[in-house]
Design a protein around this ligand. Structure first.
Ligand code: ZN
Length: 197
């Protein structure tokens, strides 16, 4: 398959994943303005880790997991956070990319659809952002905490909503986690900010 065909397959798999999850369907319609946008690949260690150590997947999540693994060498991986904010070990085993959105491999202004990976035993510090967010877990598991909500350990097929500027954090323990994340609302190209103490 060409690289472009792999991206098309990943987008299709993400759409099937979205359409099969009631919480994702309720959160946002699948964008109707999606158009291919050329972005050069940017490699980070996460490109290999999502294949070598994705965490447990279920039969329902295996096809989207495989489709995301297939584009891992071709995507524009990002870190956003600095070593001062999260530490070097975090940066060595974390990465995200924008599948669709204002700066995604597929351009859209209707929603932002990103893929995030965290290795085992990482703490993703409290942070927040204006757009509302829905995490969907593709593989692995982690503990999600957010102000005003009960803590929850979430695995494949589980979802978690974060509201406008609602501080939240996440901790992985004995497993990595791979997530497909949807944003809606104003500021889709914004960067999450670490919540001040
Ligand atoms: Zn968030």
């Amino acid at each position: 398959m060409t690289t472009r065909a792999l991206f098309d397959a990943a987008l299709d798999a993400a759409r099937n994943w979205h359409d099969a999850l009631p919480a994702a369907r309720d959160f946002c319609a699948w964008p109707t303005d999606i158009a291919w946008a050329e972005h050069p690949p940017h490699r980070l260690p996460a490109a290999d880790l999502i294949t070598s150590d994705p965490g447990f997947a279920t039969p329902d999540s295996t096809s989207v997991l495989r489709a995301l693994q297939d584009i891992a060498d071709h995507v524009e991986w990002r870190h956003t956070y600095t070593v001062d904010e999260v530490g070097q070990r975090f940066l060595d085993t974390y990465g995200w990319f924008e599948l669709a959105g204002p700066e995604g491999h597929f351009h859209s202004t209707h929603a932002r659809i990103t893929v995030g990976y965290w290795g085992p035993n990482l703490y993703y510090p409290r942070h927040q952002h204006g757009p509302e967010e829905l995490y969907t877990v593709v593989s692995g598991h982690a503990l999600f905490r957010s102000d005003g909500d009960a803590d929850a350990t979430l695995g494949p097929g589980d979802t978690r909503f974060h509201g406008n500027h609602q501080p939240h954090d996440m901790r992985t323990t004995d497993s990595a986690i791979l997530t497909l994340v949807f944003w809606r609302g104003d500021g889709l190209a914004d960067t999450p900010k670490i919540t001040p103490p």
